[in-house]
Ligand binder design. Structure first.
Ligand code: SF4
Length: 76
């Protein structure tokens, strides 16, 4: 698992103006293209709950920092 630095945490607090396709996204970030997963229990507008984010949620250990895969859905 990748270590999250203080700089990374600060970056993760900033909202995004557009999808960060192919780039890193932090769980609490969000952009205007946010689309919630149908299976998500929460309704927070955060990359963590977005269909286009890959946080390895089907793996045993999810990623601290995910990848935005917009416009390819990763999970419904
Ligand atoms: S994962 Fe979703 S909310 Fe986060 S940057 Fe990508 S499209 Fe936007």
């Amino acid at each position: 698992m990748r270590a999250v630095t203080d700089a990374g945490r600060r970056a993760g607090d900033r909202p995004l103006k557009e999808p960060r396709t192919g780039g890193s996204v932090w769980p609490h970030q969000c952009c205007p293209a946010f689309t919630p997963r149908q299976t998500a229990m929460g309704i927070e507008r955060e990359c963590w709950y977005c269909r286009f984010a890959d946080f390895h949620l089907k793996e045993q250990v999810p990623l601290d920092v995910g990848i935005c895969c917009w416009p390819k859905k990763q999970l419904d």
